[in-house]
Design a binder for this molecule. Structure first.
Ligand SMILES: Nc1ncnc2c1ncn2[C@@H]1O[C@H](COP(=O)(O)OP(=O)(O)O)[C@@H](O)[C@H]1O
Ligand SMILES: [Mg+2]
Length: 335
């Protein structure tokens, strides 16, 4: 290991995924210790305050880094954690950190911006339409008419959330209005997507400029109550199972890995991301990139690399090294 030995793990956060993040961040801290690092943990409260292990509030000085810390490992999900805001703060403090920078974090969090970017890159995905709250209030009939082109069923989603919160699958035209109203409770921008067929496949990506992709895994839903990967399936123990490798053809597996890397590079991601897909036969569609996916030792991100021959502590160690490399690379430019 290089001179880098002291890691600050950031967990918790202001979003509804606070508890999920605490589970991920304690796994990460433990894995880093196994890998030989000295680890300190800071929990960000739902009240946004940062507290150390003793419960004392942290004070940070822009440009001064974090005393006695070489690298920060944010393990935060959703708004104010995965969306570029914390990343901007860490840039301002001037400390290397694991994962995507400001722009890639923000754009992967915004389903409309992400899909527009993928469309421009010619990356296959479902058809979709974006609706602003202003347009919905002023011209609801016109909006509903335009969305007819997507055909039912559709998925209605707040543009910038996670964990399936605020998402509805709409199979009847009469239910579309209420689904839009509901999604607008969470975000002034809503995306409506044609429903993809097939199974859900996920692929982990690791690297900076020249990333690698794990073996693809398949998400098996236990209850199948709603038929899709809703909040319940995500957070009920046993709600989902990961099958590695995914039961898809060799060529579809290769396509998943190739598109995972392409989406990662096109979004300007760094360090890590989990790329999620819909696969039906040979049809492979990108759903989304998660720049800070669930990160316990058994979460999909780590499990896919473990199955690909990279154990969890080594994976964490690689991420720390990538953080330092990216920090040095960025600082080498004139600005
Ligand atoms: N266009 C779609 N077609 C089919 N299923 C979808 C579609 N969009 C979302 N889903 C289902 O909803 C889940 C959550 O949607 P996703 O866009 O991944 O939101 P989140 O960011 O909350 O994870 C997906 O894992 C999938 O089960
Ligand atoms: Mg998802």
């Amino acid at each position: 290991m290089s001179a880098v030995s002291r890691i600050l793990v950031l967990g918790g956060g202001r979003s509804s995924e606070h508890e999920v993040s605490l589970a991920s961040s304690s796994s990460v801290a433990e894995g880093l210790r196994t890998a030989g690092y000295e680890v300190r943990s800071v929990v960000i409260g739902r009240d946004a305050v940062w507290r150390d292990e003793a419960g004392d509030e942290l004070s940070l000085t822009p440009g001064r880094g974090i005393p006695e810390i070489d690298v920060v490992f944010p393990v935060l999900h959703g708004p104010f954690g995965e969306d570029g805001t914390i990343q901007g703060l860490l840039e301002t403090i001037d400390v290397p950190y694991v994962g995507a920078g400001v722009l890639a974090s923000a754009l992967c969090m915004d389903k409309v911006v992400f899909k527009d970017l993928m469309a421009q890159a010619g990356i296959p995905q479902v058809n979709y339409g974006a609706v602003t709250v202003a347009r919905w209030r002023e011209h609801p009939q016109a909006v509903l008419r335009e969305l007819e082109a997507l055909r039912l069923p559709v998925f209605v989603k707040p543009a910038r959330l996670g964990s399936s919160v605020g998402i509805a699958r709409v199979a009847e035209a009469s239910a579309l209005r209420a689904a839009l109203d509901d999604a607008f409770r969470y975000d002034p921008m809503v995306i409506v997507e044609a429903a993809a067929t097939g199974i859900e496949v996920e692929c982990s990506v690791l690297g900076n400029g020249d990333p690698i992709a794990s073996m693809p895994g398949e998400i098996l839903l236990a209850g199948g109550e709603s038929g899709w990967y809703d909040y319940e399936a995500k957070y009920t123990p046993g709600g989902m199972q990961l099958m590695v490798p995914a039961r898809i053809s060799q060529s579809a597996q290769e396509r998943v890995r190739e598109l995972a890397v392409e989406a990662f590079v096109r979004s300007g991601c760094a360090g890590l991301a989990r790329a999620d897909f819909f696969v039906d036969g040979e049809s492979v569609l990108v759903n989304e990139l998660n720049t800070l996916p669930g990160f316990t030792a058994t979460s999909v991100y780590g499990a896919l690399f473990a199955a690909s021959g990279l154990p969890y502590p080594e994976l964490l160690s690689r991420l720390v090294t990538l953080a330092v490399e990216r920090h040095e690379f960025e600082r080498a430019h004139s600005f």
